[in-house]
Design a protein around this ligand. Structure first.
Ligand code: HEC
Length: 236
């Protein structure tokens, strides 16, 4: 068996593990798997920040994907903690096992850690994720801002519109802070995505009149994830 580990270690704190039984095929850890037709995946590591933060159809999950397909073949919801999580009877045809955010259709929104697999029936696959901060804002920071925004917002020593979106700055630059572009608006108005310049910039056409048009930077799924985070953010 070959497996390559690609881990995005985000941050860490420790907590207790909670796993929910949902759409995956779930068996107790000590179940007899002798006539199991698929692979058995065991994820170890520590997840923090997920708490009850995943709502409105978004789920933090251990999931398996076929090559080139963004819909999970099988998935299991995971939460905070450091207890091992198992996914059994995973088809040997899958090409990656991921700790990821999926939507209600089991479509991948963001990958927090992944491993490539080319396994065979009955094989046991160890998936070590390390310490992962899975809070929605950490996911937005690492999977969206760092990849798509910071080249103009902070990484080169210049922050367009005075908005620095590097991980250590982003929260304080956004939440409850007045927009420099839209009069009377906040960049992130806690609890109200529609009144937040951040969401409006990426999900609507409002930035067509700005010096940079932001509307095609993110997929609708990712805009939806930002919307969900803002709507669940409270005033400090
Ligand atoms: C190619 C450069 C570039 C990229 C990439 C970019 N931006 Fe911008 N952004 C700008 C510029 C320039 C402005 C200021 C527009 C103006 O003043 O007319 C701006 C303004 C903004 C504002 C308004 C700030 C305020 O004070 O209200 C937000 C929010 C924003 N960007 C978010 C993002 C996000 C989120 C991403 C990534 C998904 C991103 N930007 C990617 C150049 C960029």
């Amino acid at each position: 068996m070959r497996h390559t580990v690609i881990i995005n270690v985000l941050a860490f704190v420790a907590a207790a593990f909670a796993t929910a039984c949902d759409d995956g095929r779930i068996y107790p850890v000590d179940a007899d798997l002798s006539d199991d037709n698929g692979m058995r995946v065991i994820m170890t590591g520590t997840i923090t920040g997920a708490g009850t933060a995943y709502e409105s159809g978004y789920t933090l999950a251990l999931a398996a994907f076929d090559d080139g397909n963004e819909f999970a073949v099988v998935s299991k919801t995971v939460g905070d903690g450091s207890e091992a999580v198992e996914l059994v009877n995973v088809s040997p045809s899958v090409s990656s096992i991921e700790l990821c955010v999926i939507n209600s259709l089991r479509k991948r929104i963001a990958t927090l850690a992944s491993i490539s697999v080319s396994g065979s029936a009955g094989e046991r696959v160890e998936f070590e994720i390390g310490d992962v901060d899975a809070s929605p804002f950490a996911v937005i920071n690492h999977e969206i801002f760092s990849t798509t925004c910071i080249q103009c917002h902070g990484a080169t020593g210049h922050a367009a519109a005075g908005l620095d979106l590097r991980a250590e700055e982003a929260y304080g630059m956004l939440v409850g802070v007045a927009s420099t572009v839209e009069n009377g608006m906040q960049r992130v108005c806690p609890g109200d995505a529609a009144a937040s310049t951040l969401w409006r910039a990426v999900a609507t056409d409002v930035s067509s009149s700005w010096s940079f048009h932001h509307n095609n930077l993110l997929t609708p799924d990712r805009c939806g994830f930002i919307e969900n985070w803002i709507n669940n953010t409270q005033d400090d």
